[in-house]
Design a protein around this ligand. Structure first.
Ligand code: ADP
Ligand code: MG
Length: 263
């Protein structure tokens, strides 16, 4: 079963962080033990969009061999586990991206689902995340530069022995349907898993440092995120999840399970 995904795109600003934060949160809302890791170590912002305030220990320290993974794990919405990256350049320089493989192994043991938010570009710190997950998911915008860069990432991933599971077409507008789904699939050589519309609620949620699936659960983008999350986890889209869906006993069981598996 595929449980660890790297969200990549080549191009910056396509929506990788947004997708990682919202798919992670949606699976946590569905009661799955889920973890998101910010591997964009130079331009970290996953923790910020998930509303984390103080994160004194981050992936930087873990990859520098100065802290344990447990110390760099914070709780996000619905019990989502978040491993943020640090904001300092010094921390970035001290982090050894090669250690990410160990982090991936350790987290796979702890979580049902795991998302690595990848950096843009093709430097070493951007290439390693492509090899540590079971599958890479490409986030593509309906524009030619995004497609070309995503294709590069696909080729790079396969060259280093990784697998690309598909693409998520983000920021779709009525005009962009011109660039047809089939044409994009043909260019990339992978299926489009689903499409997420351009949605002002996504931007509002980012400004409020909350995932859109929490802030505006009824929005079109939230419905798309939940649908993708459900399909990745292999279950049919359920009714809108929320605090009422998980009862006291389930919450207690989950908390106990976490305790036992971390101790
Ligand atoms: P990346 O991680 O690929 O650099 P981000 O997730 O940070 O990209 O997104 C870049 C910007 O685009 C952010 O301001 C984000 O709120 C916005 N954005 C992403 N997806 C959407 C969407 N579907 N609709 C509207 N805005 C979006
Ligand atoms: Mg990002």
């Amino acid at each position: 079963m595929i449980r660890a995904y790297t969200i990549a795109s080549g191009k910056g600003g396509t929506g990788k962080t947004t997708v990682a934060a919202n798919l992670g949160t949606a699976l946590a809302q569905y009661g799955r033990e889920t973890c998101v890791v910010d591997t964009d170590m130079g331009m970290a912002n996953l923790g910020l969009v998930l509303g984390l305030a103080e994160t004194p220990v981050t992936l930087h320290e873990v990859l520098a061999g100065k802290a344990s993974l447990q110390d760099a794990m914070y709780e996000g919405p619905y019990g989502l586990k978040v491993v943020p990256s640090g904001l300092s350049l010094q921390g970035f320089q001290n982090a050894d991206p090669q250690r990410l493989k160990e982090v991936a192994r350790e987290l796979t043991d702890r979580c049902d689902y795991l998302f690595f938010d990848a950096p843009a570009g093709i430097s070493t710190d951007a290439v390693i995340p492509l090899a540590v997950a079971d599958e890479v998911l490409l986030v593509v915008n309906p524009e030619i530069s995004s497609l070309v860069d995503a294709l590069k990432i696909k080729i790079l991933t396969e060259t280093i022995g990784g697998t690309v599971g598909g693409a998520i077409l983000n920021r779709v507008t009525p005009e962009s349907t011109e660039m047809s789904r089939r044409k994009i699939e043909q260019t990339l050589g992978v299926p489009i898993i689903d499409m997420i519309p351009e949605d002002a609620d996504v931007r509002r949620a980012a400004a409020a440092r909350t995932p859109v699936v929490v802030r505006s659960p009824g929005s079109e983008s939230s419905k798309a995120f939940r649908k993708i999350a459900a399909s990745l986890a292999g279950f049919p889209v359920e009714k809108e999840p929320g605090p009422t869906q998980e009862g006291f006993i389930e919450r207690l069981a989950r908390a106990l399970f976490r305790r036992v598996s971390y101790d």
